[in-house]
Design a protein around this ligand. Structure first.
Ligand code: HEC
Length: 163
């Protein structure tokens, strides 16, 4: 009786082990077939992805190539500088929206048009006043702090201040 049980047990274990071996072989073949569908090197999308990853972030051009790159950049519309107020030459509008912050109230010691401190400067003339307003003067920031205001617009604003 005892021997019979041992035999059954050994037989069962052997069957289970045999099944496991078969299952393992099956898994190995399955895995090999799955991985072999497409040779990795041949995938064009992979090549493109690699190329994109190793692309230089920026280029430095010098000499002739540099001149050509600069020309191309200058010709590109993206680089075109935006001019304030769509290039409007409305001196009053420019003055009230930009210059007035200081020149209406006299903030930062700005001379208020019509007042003594301003009248002393009027003799400098339109061109000289415009030039110092473009370049800045002490607490007066260049172009009133708006680098996108053109020379002509600055002149129009100063003209309005002189009226
Ligand atoms: C941040 C304040 C501020 C803003 C904005 C500002 N100004 Fe002035 N501005 C000053 C001050 C301060 C002075 C006096 C500078 C000095 O003589 O020390 C001055 C002086 C001037 C003068 C006299 C320059 C001279 O030669 O005597 C002109 C002209 C002038 N500003 C024009 C403008 C115009 C035009 C704008 C707008 C585009 C403008 N300012 C915006 C502060 C400002």
């Amino acid at each position: 009786m005892e021997e019979q049980t041992d035999k059954t047990f050994t037989k069962n274990v052997s069957i289970v082990m045999a099944l496991l071996v078969v299952f393992t072989i099956f898994i190995i073949f399955l895995a090999r077939n799955l991985g072999h569908k497409e040779p990795v090197e041949d995938r064009p999308s992979r090549e493109a992805a690699i190329q994109e990853r190793i692309n230089p972030v920026a280029d430095v051009y010098t000499g002739e190539a540099g001149a050509a790159a600069l020309e191309a950049a200058a010709a590109s519309p993206v680089v075109e500088r935006a001019i304030a107020f769509d290039g409007s030459l409305d001196g009053e509008m420019i003055y009230t929206s930009v210059c007035g912050v200081c020149h209406v109230t006299g903030a930062a010691g700005a001379p208020v048009p019509g007042q003594e401190a301003w009248l002393q400067r009027v003799d400098k003339g339109l061109d000289a006043l415009t030039l110092s307003a473009i370049n800045g003067l002490n607490a007066m920031p260049a172009r009133g702090g708006r680098s996108d205001i053109s020379d002509e617009q600055m002149k129009a604003a100063v003209e309005f201040m002189l009226q």
